[in-house]
Design a binder for this molecule. Sequence first.
Ligand code: SF4
Ligand code: SF4
Length: 192
Amino acid sequence: MAEGSEAGTMRSGRTLNHLVPGRDCGDCVACCEVLRIVDPEVGKPAGIMCRHNTGTGCGIHATRPDICRRWFCLWRRIDALPDEARPDRCGVIFCLEGEESHPNPFARFCVVARPVAGTRALRSPLVKQAVAMFARQGMLPVWTHRHGVRTLVYPPPDLADAIQRPGTTPFRGLVPAALAWRRRQGAAWPGE
Ligand code: SF4
Ligand code: SF4
C-alpha cells in the first residue's frame, strides 16, 4: 500500500469532499448493511441490510435519500487505500465518524474500522497495514469495532494518557507529542 497524502488531509476537510477519481462502489453494498442509518425513509439498525438493497446495489438509486448520496467510506475518498481494500473485498469498512459533543475526546472525529462479515478481517495484513497507515499519519484517532465494542488503536495507551493529562502523566517523554496532538486536534481537552 502506498502511503499518500490523503490521509493527512482528513482534518482539513478535503477528504470530506474528495472522491478518488475513477473509483466506484461496483457490487459492494457493505455500507447498506453494516452501518446504522438514521433517516425517516431508510432508517435501520447496524448489521441489517437495507430493505431497498438488491444485493448488488441500491434498488431506489435515483430517489435514494440525501444521507445515502452524501456518505462514502474512506476507500472511496483516500487514494492511498488500494483497490483490494474495497470493503467487500477486504472485509472492513473504514469510516470517518464522530460527534463534536462526544464525552470521549478521541471519539469526536475519528477513523473507525468496521468489519463487514466477521471480525477476523481486522487481522488481515491488508487491514492491519491500512490501520497502521492511519496511525502513522497521526492526524486522527483510529478505532476498531468488534461486536459492538470500539477499541482505540491510535493513539496508543501511553500517548493517550499524556494527551489526556499532560500535567500528571507518568509518560513525561511523550508530553511534547501529546501537546502537539492537542494543538492539531483543536478540540477542548480535559483540564483546559
Ligand atoms: S462501503 Fe464504500 S465502496 Fe462499499 S458501497 Fe459503501 S461507499 Fe461504496
Ligand atoms: S437506500 Fe439504497 S443506498 Fe441507501 S442504504 Fe438503502 S440500499 Fe443503500
